[in-house]
Design a protein around this ligand. Structure first.
Ligand code: LLP
Length: 443
């Protein structure tokens, strides 16, 4: 699970030219580190494999996975777009100088402020989630007398094999309008066909996250293309764009299946090309929205071991100086992670010691006042000592972006490392950052 430019020197892990211990000491822990070379490689894989000579292919990074101005710059240089979900996202993306005509807005309950900001910033698409939202958007566009380019989100009802909390396309999911709901889609089309301001450029679908099987995406593509054919015939309306969302998985542990991202991307493009030819469609643009797969496995978190404890029952705990506040995924989804001791990479116990220790199986847990504050259970490690640097791999997606200040913990810094360059893209939160929103004058 080590990242692209990691290597071992004298029992210590390095990323680029820096030892992880050195980085942890300098920037304090918990520290989120991105191996920039890893992200560059993923950008390359997506660019080289998601392309067609039949239509334009757009890769829209799902910024909910992780967002920072420096990443926006990297994505801009790569020609990618960005998917935002709130005023906060759009504000950051805009401030980073990213071209807003390559930004799209998602959300199942967009506020008036969010819709207005999206209209004012003239983003590429607002992805309309429901009939109710379409009504709201029509009113806003009319009031502003501004043309708005949209995609409409369809729930294709495809079962993807992943955790229930991140599956989005069951018939009971809260996102989009069902592919089977002719009545509501009729009402949707009625608005579009009579609107002076709203343009329907195509459909959007997204079937979930951390999906490893190319078949799920191919099924999604086929289902959407069949639907578009049926829809175009019924309404005599030509669709320009199809957005198939994100959801490409990454490897978190050795027992996870290998993921052939290139194959998945090639299969998607191929099935869309075939579908378009079969149905005689005029789709000119195919979009995807990867989040996790672009950044997840190039990021890792560093902690210091604050203390070790063996309970009366014999359980060994390794206490790290972070936990669910910087990585909620194990608590929320029973997510599994790979852990190593960055300064003891080659330490091995003698057979005798192993026997005496019954192997060193640690529960790696955080410092929050919750028993569920777990990073990884039953991890086999060499004998860990206080102040050792602990590395948790594949934490580049949905960790910093889901971090919180529970127990008054401040969020750690985020750094990007490439060879001898370290970029501190987000600084560590200060105690004052924590209390900035408090009003101390209230009597
Ligand atoms: N597009 C839409 C409309 C989405 O809702 C999502 C993720 C993506 C794209 C990107 O999916 P990705 O390529 O990253 O799988 N917090 C959860 C994941 C939630 C995903 C939400 N939507 C986790 O930590 O596993």
């Amino acid at each position: 699970m080590r990242t692209k430019s990691m290597r071992v020197i004298d029992n210590n892990l390095y990323v680029g030219n820096y030892s992880l211990v050195e980085l942890a000491d300098k920037y304090k822990t918990p520290l989120y580190v991105y191996d920039e070379v890893g992200i560059e490689e993923k950008i390359k894989i997506f660019s080289e494999n998601f392309k067609s000579n039949k239509f334009t292919c757009e890769i829209i990074y799902a910024s909910k996975a992780f967002l920072a101005p420096y990443l926006c710059k990297m994505l801009d240089a790569a020609g990618f777009g960005i998917d935002a979900v709130s005023c906060g996202d759009m504000h950051l993306i805009n401030k980073s100088g990213f071209p807003m005509n390559r930004v799209i807005l998602h959300g199942n309950n967009k506020s008036i402020e969010e819709l207005e900001m999206a209209i004012d910033l003239e983003i590429e698409y607002i992805v309309v989630d429901s009939f109710a939202e379409l009504v709201k958007l029509e009113e806003l566009a009319k009031a502003k007398k501004k043309k708005v380019n949209t995609l409409f989100r369809i729930n294709p009802g495809i079962h993807a094999d992943t955790h229930a909390y991140i599956e989005t396309s069951l018939l009971s999911s809260k996102f989009g309008e069902s592919i089977h709901d002719d009545e509501i889609l009729n009402k949707v089309m009625n608005i579009y066909l009579n609107s002076k301001y709203l343009h329907l450029d195509g459909f959007h679908s997204h079937i979930g996250s951390q999906i490893n099987n190319p078949k799920s995406f191919v099924a999604e593509a086929k289902t959407m293309l069949n639907f578009i054919k049926r829809f175009e015939t019924k309404y005599n309306y030509k669709m320009n764009t199809l957005n198939l969302g994100g959801g490409f998985g990454i490897k978190y542990t050795d027992s996870d299946k290998e993921i052939d991202l290139e194959l998945i991307l090639n299969e998607i493009v191929k099935s869309v090309e075939e579908g378009i030819a079969r149905h005689g469609l005029s789709i000119n643009k195919l979009m995807i929205e990867p989040g996790r797969a672009l950044v997840g496995d190039s990021g890792f978190t560093l902690y210091k071991c604050g203390a070790l404890k063996t309970t009366f029952s014999g359980k060994k705990y390794l206490f790290i100086d972070g936990g669910m506040s910087d990585n909620i995924r194990p608590a929320l989804y029973q997510a599994k992670y790979t852990v190593e001791v960055a300064n003891r990479i080659k330490d091995e116990l003698t057979e005798e010691e192993e026997y005496e220790n019954l192997l060193n199986f640690y529960d790696v847990v955080g410092k929050c006042c919750e028993s569920g504050d777990i990073i990884a259970l039953n991890v086999k490690l060499p004998e860990v000592k206080k102040n050792d640097t602990i590395v948790v791999y594949a934490t580049g997606a949905y960790t910093y972006s889901m971090a919180m200040n529970y127990n008054g913990l401040t969020k750690g810094a985020v750094i990007f490392v490439k060879e001898d360059k370290i970029r501190e893209v987000i600084r560590r939160e200060s105690l004052d950052d924590l209390i900035n929103t408090c009003n101390f004058e209230v009597e």
